[in-house]
Design a protein around this ligand. Structure first.
Ligand SMILES: [Zn+2]
Length: 196
């Protein structure tokens, strides 16, 4: 999970976000299984307006696993860090929205207060994590405080950072980096794994 700096809130969210959130809260209270839909702005769904700025912040990489390109094979999606079903008031809060791949979206409605945000002021990879380069796995930094270790553990678990093909894809990307050392780092997935 690579740190990034969040840009200013888009004007559309400052202007209309609170009313959209209130509407979503009302609908959700009336019907708890009501599916979430982005409102249309100038006939285009809001997420399409927000994606360019979200993607720019992470150089088009998934905010959590750093997969690149996210789309294709995945879809371009926006993750509600605090799930929109459980925290409806934050469904349109800029700080709650992250560019995300399909795989990390499997976190779904799960949430834990210890989850790490890649754009938090005090977030640093080394504070919480370390790499196992042999296996291509992200691990908890055993030198961190017990509280920080727990935050790292829950982040790895909920975003599935060692599940599926992540470890083998990291190793593959590392081999490609050796073959193509002159390619820009942003053209690779798992940038933090490639630049120890
Ligand atoms: Zn991801």
């Amino acid at each position: 999970m690579k740190r990034f700096v969040r840009g200013p809130e888009p004007a559309i969210l400052s202007q209309k976000g609170p009313a959209w959130a209130a509407d979503w809260e009302r609908k959700r209270a009336a019907n708890p299984s009501k599916p979430f839909r982005w409102p249309a702005v100038n006939k285009i769904p809001l997420n399409q307006h927000l994606l360019p700025q979200l993607k720019e912040q992470t150089q088009d990489h998934c905010s959590f696993c750093d997969q690149y390109p996210v789309s294709p094979p995945s879809k371009d999606t926006i993750e509600h860090f605090r799930p929109k079903s459980r925290f409806p008031a934050e469904a349109y809060a800029w700080a709650n929205l992250y560019y995300c791949c399909d795989y990390c979206q499997r976190k779904g409605e799960r949430y834990d207060e210890g989850l790490l945000r890649p754009d938090a002021n005090d977030y640093e990879f080394q504070r919480y994590f370390r790499w196992d380069y042999t296996l291509g796995r992200i691990e908890v930094n055993e030198r961190a405080t017990p509280a920080d270790q727990e935050r790292a553990r829950v982040t790895i678990e909920l975003y599935g950072l060692n599940e599926g093909e992540h470890p083998s894809l990291r190793r593959r990307e590392s081999r490609r980096r050796h073959r193509e050392p002159d390619e820009p780092l942003d053209d690779f997935a798992y940038r933090h794994y490639l630049e120890p």
